[in-house]
Design a protein around this ligand. Structure first.
Ligand code: ZN
Length: 201
């Protein structure tokens, strides 16, 4: 705290009765510069635009951020923490639930990927979450309508896998691939009023 106070005093001064930062007289106090001074500066991640660009459904963006950060509690984490139970994949039960399994290897991911991206690409998805994420980052990097829609669909795909996984774990019925497709299309229609979403999905 004391160190912080010393740092602030090195930059903050009062010139002609107005608070200033780094000795420059400005009409308004430069709050942004002060905030930039204090906030931790980390390198920009490659998936920043894929997850956070607009338009988007905030609920999907937030889940995608947690997933790309690896913050969600997958079965392998629970096992490593000593919990007992069935931590196999809730969709296929063929492997322990890991980030890589849910968002690359699992038949649910591959099925949804084919369903949602068939008009975008004939690419066959890999078995690696890292490869899948990098593909989406590159494929939907631009400002075009295709990229904007692609980012929204990717966010829907990733977030719906996690939501449906949670439902399945609690014994609830999950949506068929076709119904997920219908829901994503209706989200697209809301978010991209001016676009002809039918040509993408
Ligand atoms: Zn699975």
């Amino acid at each position: 705290m004391l160190k912080c106070k010393e740092q602030v005093h090195g930059h903050l001064s009062v010139i002609n009765g107005v608070g200033s930062w780094d000795g420059k007289v400005q009409k308004k106090f430069p709050l942004k510069q002060v905030w930039d001074f204090f906030r931790p500066k980390l390198p920009v991640v490659s998936w920043y635009k894929l997850v956070w660009s607009q338009p988007a459904m905030p609920r999907d963006q937030f889940l995608c951020w947690l997933i790309t950060r690896g913050y969600l509690t997958t079965g392998d984490k629970l096992l490593s923490w000593g919990y007992q139970g069935d931590f196999n994949c809730a969709f296929c039960a063929t492997a322990v639930e890991t980030l890589n399994h849910l968002f690359a290897e699992c038949s649910r991911y591959k099925g949804l990927y084919s369903c949602l991206f068939s008009k975008f690409t004939s690419r066959i998805p890999s078995n690696s979450w890292e490869v899948e994420l990098n593909w989406a980052v590159t494929a939907f990097a631009g400002p075009s309508a295709t990229c904007r829609v692609g980012r929204i669909i990717w966010q829907s795909l990733i977030s719906s896998i996690w939501r449906d996984k949670c439902k399945a774990k609690h014994g609830k019925q999950i949506l068929s691939l076709e119904k997920v497709q219908v829901r994503v299309k209706s989200d697209l229609e809301v978010l991209c009023e001016a676009e002809d979403v039918g040509k993408f999905l």
